[in-house]
Design a protein around this ligand. Structure first.
Ligand SMILES: [Mg+2]
Length: 490
């Protein structure tokens, strides 16, 4: 570490001592600042944050021990090493000095090589400690984001963990993630629509305005560099002299320092990370960019992973839906009918509620197929399926293709009377279709035979029982001449 990168505060009530110490340190390249008493020392420390303090033990009014004690009690200054300057007759106080947190002492009169050696050693130690602490904090931040990625595949959770970690690490007051919304501008070319997008994650010190959910148009304080989209931008209202719209916006929102870094997904500009400091205008240091780049690498992976997972979930959902739907008619298939029947049965058994089932069969469908041909037969099945599905509007009711030309309607929480009304509506729907059926002995149009059953699920009964009852009622309806509704009466 070079001496000119360090600031040393020298405190002594004797001016000649200050001159001697300055005369030893300054020619070696150290930056030195001076204080003549305890009070002045404390003021200097607040304003200039020295890397090392050479502190006179004996001073009038506030002595070195008191200054040392005050500094060790303050989180901001606790880690600044203090070397005491003592006269030989003050040795008795040294023990107390060390117990107050001093790291070393130098005896008067000063020996220049010894003084320099001690100063250099403690500056080096302080530098190493700072670097360790910074590295630890960086590792903690990255680990925080990695952990969030492992614990959740939900992008919202991951982004929230990231902004919280970043705000903590950079001692910022507001951290935002802005996500662009892409749109197909023409035919198949994907282009960035800059006005679209929104703030999707935020970490905020309570007293400041929240921007969560806002679009770029509503918070136009940051810009992206279209020439170099990967560059990181720094703004500091104290040092940046340009009087732009941007600066005016920052001031309006009490932002003193801003950092905007792009977030990429493959080669695409996915969004931006925005960090605001509102209380201090502490400038961004080069290390910031390094930390950010390894953090963003992690975040970009997490976003990619969450997106993939989302796609997988959608694909699975589609697959599940496909597996449950009858491909010809679009209503539920037999497989899903069985699953839904069993699940609903268990639920209604707990609730002690009635469960009704309608089974219906197209009259003389074999003759219909033979006469009109299979393509017409398929179209007829599709129309009938829709008419059955439209007989009920409750989301918990389920229309299904039970087999061949046989359809079913599962009606939870439905009494025999209620189910009968649904069956009648169903018959009306079929009649309204008025599908010609030249081979039917009953009617010039297509008709249905319907069987209906109702049960209160209990441990002694079973879903199979509900089905077999409806099946027997349907058989009965067919025996009675078809085109009618029969209710199973136990
Ligand atoms: Mg003195």
């Amino acid at each position: 570490m070079k001496p000119d990168q360090s600031l040393i505060l020298v405190v002594d009530d004797i001016t000649s001592n200050l001159k001697i110490l300055g005369g030893i340190l300054q020619p070696k390249g150290f930056n030195v600042t001076f204080a003549k008493n305890g009070q002045q020392a404390l003021e200097r420390i607040v304003s200039s944050q020295p890397d090392l303090i050479l502190l006179d033990l004996m001073m009038p009014e506030m002595d070195g021990l008191t200054v040392c004690k005050l500094l060790k009690e303050d989180d901001r200054f606790r880690k600044i090493p203090i070397i005491f300057l003592t006269a030989s007759h003050e040795q008795d106080h040294l023990l107390q000095a060390f117990s107050e947190g001093a790291v070393d002492y130098i005896k008067k009169p000063f020996n220049a090589p010894e003084l320099l050696a001690r100063v250099e050693t403690h500056l080096e130690l302080k530098h190493l400690q700072d670097r360790d602490a910074q590295q630890l904090a960086q590792e903690r931040l990255i680990r925080h984001v990695v952990q969030a990625t492992m614990e959740s595949l939900d992008l919202k959770d991951i982004l929230k963990a990231a902004v919280d970690g970043i705000r903590d690490y950079f001692k910022a007051d507001r951290v935002l993630i802005y996500q662009y919304i892409y749109e197909y501008m023409d035919s198949d070319r994907r282009e960035l629509e800059c006005s679209k997008g929104r703030i999707v994650a935020e970490s905020l010190v309570n007293s400041y305005t929240s921007f969560l959910g806002l679009s770029l148009g509503e918070c136009p304080w940051f810009v992206t560099d279209t020439k170099d989209p990967r560059s990181v931008h720094f703004y500091n209202t104290a040092t940046n002299m340009e009087t732009s719209h941007h600066k005016a916006k920052l001031l309006q929102w009490q932002v003193k320092a801003e950092l905007v870094s792009p977030i990429f997904q493959r080669s695409e500009h996915w969004g931006s990370l925005i960090i605001h400091r509102c209380q201090s205008s502490e400038p961004w240091v080069p290390e910031t960019v390094q930390v950010l780049s390894s953090l963003l690498e992690q975040l970009e992976l997490a976003i990619q992973q969450a997106h993939l997972y989302q796609q997988l979930q959608l694909a699975n959902q589609e697959l599940r839906q496909l597996a449950n739907v009858d491909s010809l008619t679009g209503v539920a298939n037999r497989r899903y009918f069985d699953t839904y029947l069993a699940e609903t049965w268990a639920q209604l058994q707990q609730e002690q509620a009635l469960f009704s089932l309608i089974l219906c069969d197209i009259d003389y469908f074999k003759a219909y197929n033979d006469h009109y041909g299979h393509p017409h037969g398929d179209a007829c099945l599709q129309q009938v399926a829709q008419a059955i599905a439209q007989a009920t509007h409750r989301p918990t009711d389920l229309a299904a293709r039970y087999g061949g030309e046989e359809f079913a309607l599962l009606l939870p929480h439905t009494s025999p009377e209620g189910a009968q009304q649904v069956a009648q509506r169903l018959q009306q729907n079929i009649a309204a279709l008025a599908i010609p059926h030249a081979q039917s002995n009953l009617d010039p149009h297509l008709t249905l035979s319907i069987g209906l059953s109702t049960l209160m699920p209990n441990p002694a009964s079973s879903p199979e029982q509900l089905v077999s009852m409806a099946d027997r009622a349907l058989y009965h309806a067919k025996e009675q001449g078809r085109n009618c509704l029969k209710i199973w009466d136990a």
